[in-house]
Design a protein around this ligand. Structure first.
Ligand SMILES: [Zn+2]
Length: 266
């Protein structure tokens, strides 16, 4: 089996994880810019992080034959301070022509606050100005439905944003339909406890079909599993899904969306 991991925070993972992913058939790993598990104190911290994502992490991945791509932004958990966010956003354009950059992400909302929404809109503006793909993080648990609605409204109100160039991540049973109806792509995040388990993700695939949906592990510094995508492929196989259908979800779909960036090649 071959697959693409469209969302993983490899800066938080050990080298063994790269090896295990490569052994499981991973051909490319994509790393959105996110919270590091702690708040950075200045824009300079983000500058170093963007260098790590565009220079150092691709070299770590290459040792295992894995291609590494990334997305750049300031994440919603650190977006409460608008002035800091503006400084970080101003850093992003100088990195956009680096060869492994796919677009702006993961932008989005965390607590659905006014400042988070302001910073989200600034970064949608950035993506529109530089014609970049967009990857969106949706809030957790009880904030998810409202946050997803706010995000979709903001994106739909900007005529420059083409829905097929946006992926809304961490969808669950109660948000997947509104994302697909908006013409955007939907990512299902496979976590051992919260978000989607493999069984729930396959239920969603069986309910909504396989168009514009993908699977990711979103593995990071917390409780998460870098092999969640191939494990979910096994769950599909166990339920009798055909090999071609499995390959479409774990390889064909992410390849189709990501290939809208000229930088993405597998
Ligand atoms: Zn993430």
């Amino acid at each position: 089996m071959r697959y693409i991991e469209p969302h993983a925070h490899m800066v938080s993972r050990v080298t063994d994880d790269y090896e295990r992913m490569a052994l499981a058939g991973c051909e490319a790993v994509c790393e959105p810019a996110f919270w590091a598990g702690f708040d950075r104190s200045s824009a300079a911290g983000f500058f170093d992080y963007f260098c790590q994502l565009t220079e150092h992490e691709p070299k770590r991945a290459a040792k295992f034959g894995l291609k590494h791509f990334c997305w750049l932004c300031i994440n919603s958990k650190e977006a409460e301070e608008v002035k800091l966010a503006e400084e970080v956003i101003a850093l992003v354009p100088q990195f956009l022509d680096r060869p492994n950059v796919l677009g702006i992400g993961e932008i989005g909302l965390n607590k659905n606050s006014r400042n988070e929404l302001r910073v989200f809109e600034l970064q949608v503006e950035l993506a529109a100005k530089y014609n970049q793909l967009i990857l969106v993080h949706t809030p957790h648990l009880e904030d998810k439905l409202k946050g997803t609605r706010l995000i979709l409204d903001a994106l739909k109100s900007d005529r420059r944003i083409r829905p097929e160039r946006v992926v809304i991540d961490h969808v669950e049973e109660h948000t997947v339909e509104m994302v697909l109806d908006a013409g955007m792509w939907a990512g299902m995040t496979l976590y051992p406890e919260t978000k989607c388990t493999p069984a729930r993700a396959v239920d969603i695939l069986e309910t909504y079909g396989r168009e514009r949906l993908w699977l990711n592990s979103a593995c990071d510094w917390g409780v998460s599993d870098p092999l969640a995508v191939p494990k979910t492929a096994l769950e599909m196989k166990r339920r009798g899904h055909l090999a071609a259908a499995i390959e479409k979800v774990v390889y064909g779909n992410p390849k189709k969306f990501l290939s809208q960036s000229v930088n993405f090649k597998v």
